[in-house]
Structure formats: structure tokens, C-alpha cells
Write a protein that binds this ligand. Sequence first.
Ligand code: HPA
Ligand code: ZN
Length: 323
Amino acid sequence: MNTHASWPVAELHVHIEGTLETELLVTLARRNGVELPSYDPDALRELYRFTDLQSFLDIYYANLAVLRTEADFYDLGIAYLTRATAAGVRRAEIFFDPQTHLANGIPLDVVFAGLTRALTEARATLGISADLILCFLRHLGGAAALETLDAAIPYLDQFIGVGLDSAEVGFPPSLFTEVFAKAGALGLHRVAHAGEEGGPDYVHEALDLLGVERVDHGIRAIEDPHLIEHLRERQIPLTVCPLSNVCLRAVPELGVHPLPAMLAEGLLVTISSDDPAYFGGYVDDNLNAVQNEFALSPLQMATLARNSFRASFLPEAEKLRQI
Ligand code: HPA
Ligand code: ZN
């Protein structure tokens, strides 16, 4: 059954680097003379067997060595936006990890130029609304994040917010209070991954210390009744990525995912794909999977779709038009 396909949604949790399909990976590796373990897209996909977040991040960061030029970033961006439009995405708020590319010797100028060209073209030709959210890599620490934000100030018109991703446990939100305060003062939106592998205390910290408007993943919030109450009362959105959670073993299997409990608690839950090239599905596949697994009603599916626009950073008038 594929009843969701006609429902327009906003995708609020997708890493552009995680949309690098193995076919494009091979094309870019050949174009730039970068070595890969194989040049067969299917064989490369076979390597995507993860045991936890870090086992995924190791392969994900290694693959990103193929991204070298403005055209590479454009190709990556336009491929995602084209696929997302086909999946029903009408609004995309897209993460990117500038520190990974800087470490590979790629200047910010190249990254922004390619991604912004893709977004501008997609708005015009596909009619999709899309913006970028700059993520800090938590394993590199707070000082590196501050340096990255300072370096990105000349490009403030090309991204709408900041996020926090990479290895969670051991790198709590409290390490990033200064950079998030600065981002807030610059008028940027603030989100953070929390409660994916880290416990509910990481979600508390992201809310209290970083002032985030949305929590990415947040599935472990379900373990803390006080936190649930807080999230429900303030209707703080949680961008849940079910296929990602299964692939990275944040949950043992889809059947025991806390999504139904989160919905039953009245939380503002949205569904996204996270890193679709690695986790076996785009947002439509994620919606389809949870609909089938939990026999969600048309009303529940419509709630998920409506939540995605409510939780987006679209202007209020535009949200109402979409809902
Ligand atoms: N968690 C943390 N960092 C990430 C993820 C994720 O799911 N995807 C890409 N970077
Ligand atoms: Zn993510």
C-alpha cells in the first residue's frame, strides 16, 4: 500500500551528505580521481551494515572525500531535491556539515556556491521550498564550532539556522552553549540532534542550554515522563527518522519503535529520512514503513504530514497555506 504518496510533507531532518547515492558516489570518485573500495554501486551499498551511529559515521565521512568542486555539491543537492519532490516533499530544511568539507580542504565558498545553486534552481524548476541549516560536528568540540560559525558569517544569507550532529554520547549539548548563543544573537534558528543514542538528559540540555526550537530524533525522550510533559505542553517538534533508528540500532526493530507512543502522548512528531542513501529510504519510504508497521490510520498519517509543516521554519502564513 502506498497511500501517502499524494500527501505533501516538509522534510526537516535530512543531511545532504547522507543523500549521496552510491551511483553518484562512483561518478564523483571517477571525476575527481578519488579511490573507493569498489566502483560497483551495488557492492558499495553492501558495505552499509551498521551496528551503531559511529559505525555509520566512519563510512559516511570517508565517502565524502569525493566531494571536491562546486559542481559536485550542486549535483548532490539537485539529486536530492529531485528525489524529494517525487516523494511529496514541498519544503526541505537541509543539514550540511561544513567542517567535514573544510577538513577535506574544500573552502566554504565552494560548498555554499554548489548547494545554493541547487536550491535556487530547484525552487524555480521543481517548485520546492528549500533552505540550509549549518550543522556543527559535536566530536570536534565547542571551540571548532565557534570558529566555523565565524567563518560562515559572510554567508548568513545562505542558511537559516544551525544544528548539531555527529557522535552524540560523550559530546553533550553543554559543550556548545556559546556557539548556540551566538547563532541565536545572529537571528539564526537553532536545532540539535539529541536523544538518538544519548539519554533524555541530552534532550533537556539541548532545550535548556542551547535554546533549540526543534529536537532531531529525540526518541529517548519517551523514557522521561517529565520531559514528555514539557515537550507536549510547549509542542516542541521532534524530527523522527524511523528507518535510520533501525539501521543504526537505536531501536532493535521497527515494531518496537516509540513512534506510536510518542503520537499517543500528543507530541509534535514529524517523519524524515536522515541519510536516505544509507538507510534504505526517502521520506515516502519512511512514511510507508511506519504506516504499514503500526497500521496508522489516514488521520494519523495526515497528522504526521500536518505536523511537518507546523514544525517547519516557514513563515506562519506560508505554513497555513501548506496545511
Ligand atoms: N546522527 C548524528 N549525526 C549524523 C546523523 C545522525 O543520525 N546523520 C548524519 N550525521
Ligand atoms: Zn540526523
